[in-house]
Design a protein around this ligand. Structure first.
Ligand code: ADP
Length: 977
């Protein structure tokens, strides 16, 4: 500093003055400095320089307090090299910026507690704390002046002054100046801090505004008509910008699959696959928790890591998009417990994850701040809202589409219905009607309900009954239904615009509102024209058939029946001529029985013409004949013939088979060919009645022909009955004659036979006693007597049978009943007959039972039953073979135990046809004819009658095949002891 005033003042004064001036100048400069710049570093730089100069020291430094780290960090310093070597200077300078002074260092604490906030240390290298001594050493500090920079009672920094490498005390002026400068520096620092804070606040406010604007923009987008991808695109852009990151993207979760919807940067389509959420554990965790998660690159793995990388994501903030509201249960129990990862659609209403925002954090930003989280979360909420809105909208649209479709379908169905539907209110106004109803009632097609009163309309549109009478509007079924009448299945006739008349069936039901009040009626119309027509036709056809039935009933002559039927059919079916032919089953041909409408000549010609289908050559027009033989009514006309050339161009014949019980008896042919020809003639007039036969004609013809079949069959049957009746009478008479003959024969033969037998026996005895006869003559006599004996016995048997039959016929047989064991009878009968035939093996089998085979019977008759059956078995199995008698017991349903006896042979058997008559008198089966087995057909009759008298039954089983034999089965009631 120049020393220009020293000449005019005393030394001390001068120094004071000079100091004052210097201080003044300094203050002035500092004040100027403080106002000239807001750059703290620059100001402090100037401060330290001024302080060094003003205090006349080589080094001045300012340290600023970093509260968070409790350190005073070097801020700026002024360093005049002074007596340091350049090397020392450089070394000190080099490390100065990396040195900090701990807040809790004892020297620093001493300084901060110092009343003046100033500490002058003579030698820091010896008096300082250990830490400061190290610092002092590094920076060559000896004497140092420390001044605390304190603002509003709080330290903001430290100002240090020293002369490197030199020990010297600081004068009070120096200290004073230094303190003044320090105060200003404090002010500057404080101001700078304030301004920094203000700047930070501004920045924060700006960021908040920007974010708020972002959120506003997104919210506006969510509430606009934009589609979801556009909204998410906007959100992504704002997210990236607001968080100042390079990459952000939004993925939506659907059916457990994630797919990227929007991204801040382009992502290659290949990388945009859709991984299942379950494969992304960190994202899944965030979704389940419903809270964001920051995952540095090293903490992701596997598919999640690969997927993130493909999307350009490294250090990722995973922000789940949570939609829905907490349910009551969730609120009660806390969210996390109940929130599960379930597909969004199943959650509607509950809080659930619908997707994610993924934000990539550059490494330098470390991790997201609270503000970042909050911002991202706000955007995520908006995105989730947008997703929910889109889902609800889609559902609503779908519902609307469905409803519209249903309405359209119903409408279409309603209008496509062949039933006409009309709804009237209680005043008779049309509320709803479909097209068919419009059509039926002839309502104006452009009529829109409810504009019209039905009754008014009906006045212009007359409605008729089926009989053709006009129905007054007040009697119209709907009008009556409105008055409370029950209308079901009524008919009326309407005339349409095209002049056609339709028969309509109407049914009416009352219509009620939700409170069961009648609010109108529903009428349903059905086109019954065809049905009415069919009804009339059926009635007509039935009438005709009834007439036919009446006409032919009581007739027994086939020709007469046919005549009636043909006449009636020709008339009913408008045919000019017809014919009835009879079918011969043996020759399979038809022969004419009678014809109507022909002359003798035309008949022959006509028949010859019909021969091509009636008696066709091999393979020619056989289909007509086949149909008729199959019993089907058949049309003979050109249409039915597929062959070419078609010979039926002028034929129109209806052929109805006369049939009964599948037996074809004949044909009825009805001919309209003449009419067809007339119509086909050039210039021919079109006839009123179509020459072609229709289905009704066919049905009527079929019905009449069936009646004819029935009548003819009946006639035939009656004839047969007559014959049978006559036969029965003849038979009865002849049997009576035979019976008479029997009685006489039996009676008349009995005595002579006894006499012959007695005489032959006597002759035998005489012969044996007479000795003087030639032995040869004796032998001859003996043979003759034996022969007389045998024959007489046979004759006696026959006569006995005759006698028995006569007695049976006259009811003169009385049984001598006693309890008999049938086993004994069987044994006896079998023993007797076994000896009579060497060809047969006669045996018996008696099934063991709890009760003996006891019957109440006449022993002689029972023996006779067995004898007859065994004799027949022997007789009708002339080749021999086994004959078995089997005894069993059984209890039929009535609980009366029975004995069953089977007599089985292997003879000629009995034809099934003959089995029914086997037990009649004089009946012999046809297979015995021609054989030399003799008999009169009375044995089985006697057996059956004896069994009947014993309360038993008899039947036969046989296939009728020779060699398979017969089995006679008879039963007798068992008695229990
Ligand atoms: P017949 O004197 O003719 O034998 P039956 O009354 O005993 O008179 O028998 C009536 C008919 O029953 C016989 O003519 C025969 O045709 C038939 N018949 C009876 N028994 C047998 C049998 N075991 N096998 C085959 N046919 C039999």
């Amino acid at each position: 500093m120049p020393d220009e005033h020293s000449l005019f003042m005393s030394g001390q004064k001068h120094i004071h003055a000079t100091n004052a001036i210097r201080e003044n100048n300094l203050l002035h400069e500092l004040a100027h400095l403080l106002t000239s710049s807001s750059d703290l570093a620059h100001i402090l730089q100037l401060f330290v320089r001024h302080a060094a100069e003003a205090c006349d020291v080589e080094r001045c430094a300012i340290w600023l307090l970093d509260e968070s780290r409790a350190l005073f960090l070097p801020s700026t310093y002024h360093f005049a090299q002074g007596n340091l070597s350049p090397k020392q200077f450089q070394a000190a300078d080099y490390i100065w910026h990396r040195t900090a002074l701990p807040f809790d260092d004892p020297i620093i604490s001493q300084l901060l507690q110092h009343e003046q906030g100033m500490l002058s240390l003579a030698d820091l290298q010896t008096s300082g704390s250990q830490h400061l001594r190290a610092v002092a050493k590094k920076f060559f500090v000896c004497s140092v002046l420390l001044i605390a920079l304190i603002r509003e009672g709080r330290p903001v920094g430290i100002l240090t002054l020293d002369n490197p490498g030199r020990a010297a005390s600081f004068s009070s002026e120096q200290q004073q100046l230094a303190r003044t400068i320090a105060q200003h520096a404090t002010l500057a620092i404080h101001n700078a801090y304030l301004s920094q804070e203000a700047h930070r606040e501004r920045e924060r406010a700006r960021r908040l505004i920007t974010r708020a604007q972002s959120l506003y923009t997104i919210a506006m987008a969510v509430n606009s008509n934009k589609d979801l991808p556009s909204i998410l695109e906007i959100a992504t852009q704002h997210l990236a910008r607001g968080l100042n990151v390079e990459q952000a993207c939004i993925a939506l979760l659907e059916a457990d699959q994630l797919s990227i919807i929007s991204s801040n940067q382009h992502i290659s389509p290949e990388s945009n696959f859709s991984p299942p959420l379950t494969n992304l554990p960190r994202s899944l965790h965030a979704a389940i928790q419903g809270t964001p998660l920051f995952v540095p690159q090293q903490q992701t793995q596997g598919e999640e890591k690969r997927w993130f990388e493909s999307l350009g994501l490294h250090h990722v903030m995973i922000m789940p998009l949570m939609a829905g509201e907490h349910t009551e249960a969730e609120k009660r129990h806390g969210n996390d417990q109940h929130r599960q990862h379930i597909p969004a659609t199943e959650h509607a209403g509950h809080i659930h994850c619908v997707g994610f925002a993924f934000i990539d954090y550059p490494k330098k930003m470390r991790s997201p701040s609270q503000g970042h989280y909050a911002f991202a979360q706000d955007i995520a909420t908006q995105c989730a809202l947008a997703v929910e809105k889109a889902r609800i909208l889609a559902e609503a649209e779908q519902a609307v589409a469905l409803a519209t479709e249903r309405a359209n379908t119903l409408d279409a169905v309603f209008n496509a219905m062949t039933e006409g539907i009309i709804v009237l209110d209680m005043e008779g106004r049309i509320a709803i009607n479909n097209n068919t109803a419009t059509h039926f009632l002839g309502l104006p097609p452009d009529m829109r309900p409810p504009t019209i009163q039905l009754a008014t309309f009906l006045q212009h549109q007359p409605i008729h009954s089926l009989r053709g009478q006009r129905i007054p509007p007040s009697d119209f079924p709907l009008a009556r239904a409105l008055r409370g009448e029950h209308v079901r299945g009524e008919y009326f006739v309407t005339r349409r615009a095209d002049g056609t008349e339709r028969a309509v069936e109407v049914n009416v039901e009352p219509l009620f509102d939700g409170e069961a009040r009648q609010i109108g009626i529903v009428g349903a119309f059905r086109d019954a024209t065809e049905q009415v027509r069919v009804d009339q036709r059926i009635r007509g056809a039935l009438d005709t058939m009834l007439h036919a039935a009446e006409a032919v009933s009581g007739l027994t002559d086939t020709k007469e029946i046919s005549h009636h039927v043909l006449t009636m059919s020709l008339k009913t079916l408008n045919c000019e001529r017809g014919m009835v032919l009879l079918f011969d089953r043996d020759t399979q041909t038809f022969t004419p029985l009678l014809s109507l409408g022909f002359t003798e000549e035309t008949k022959e010609q006509w028949l010859a013409e019909q021969a091509i289908w009636l008696a066709p050559d091999e393979g020619q027009y056989t289909s007509f004949r086949d149909q008729l033989l199959g019993g089907h009514v058949t049309l003979i006309n050109a249409e039915q013939c597929l062959e070419q050339p078609n010979p039926f161009q002028t034929t129109m014949i209806l052929a109805a088979p006369i049939i009964h019980n599948h037996n074809l008896q004949g044909l009825m042919l009805l001919d309209r060919s003449a009419r067809l020809r007339k119509e086909k003639q050039p210039g021919g007039t079109r006839l009123l009645v179509n020459p072609a036969f229709n289905i009704w004609d066919m049905a009527v013809a079929e019905g009449i022909a069936q009646f004819a079949g029935l009548a003819i069959e009946q006639a035939r049957w009656q004839q047969e009955v007559e014959i049978a009746r006559m036969n029965a009478e003849t038979m009865r008479r002849s049997n009576a004659l035979k019976d008479e003959f029997l009685a006489i024969t039996a009676h008349e033969f009995r005595t002579p036979l006894t006499v012959i037998l007695a005489h032959s026996q006597m002759m035998g005895r005489i012969l044996s006693r007479t000795e003087q006869i030639d032995p040869i003559v004796r032998e001859k006599f003996h043979e003759s007597i034996t022969s007389i004996d045998v024959q007489t016995h046979q004759l006696t048997n026959i006569v006995n049978t005759f006698l028995e039959v006569t007695h049976l016929n006259r009811g003169q047989i009385a049984l001598k009943l006693e309890a008999i064991n049938l086993e004994d009878i069987v044994k006896q009968a079998v023993a007797t007959h076994a000896a009579t035939s060497s060809l047969h093996q006669i045996s018996y089998a008696i099934e063991p039972y709890e009760h003996p085979y006891l019957v109440m019977g006449d022993k002689a008759r029972l023996l006779q039953i067995f004898a007859n059956l065994l004799q027949n078995a022997i007789k009708y199995s002339s080749h021999g073979g086994p004959i078995n008698v089997i005894l069993t017991q059984y209890t039929p349903s009535e609980d009366k135990p029975m004995i069953e006896v089977r007599v089985k042979d292997t003879g000629i058997g009995i034809p099934p046809d003959a089995q029914g008559r086997l037990f009649e008198r004089f009946y012999r089966a046809p297979n015995t004819e021609g054989s030399n087995v003799r008999g009169v057909g009375l044995g089985l009759y006697v057996v059956a009658e004896f069994l009947r008298l014993h309360g038993g039954t008899i039947r036969v089983e046989s296939t009728g095949i020779p060699g398979e034999g017969s089995c006679f089965i008879f039963t007798l009631p068992l008695i229990k002891q």
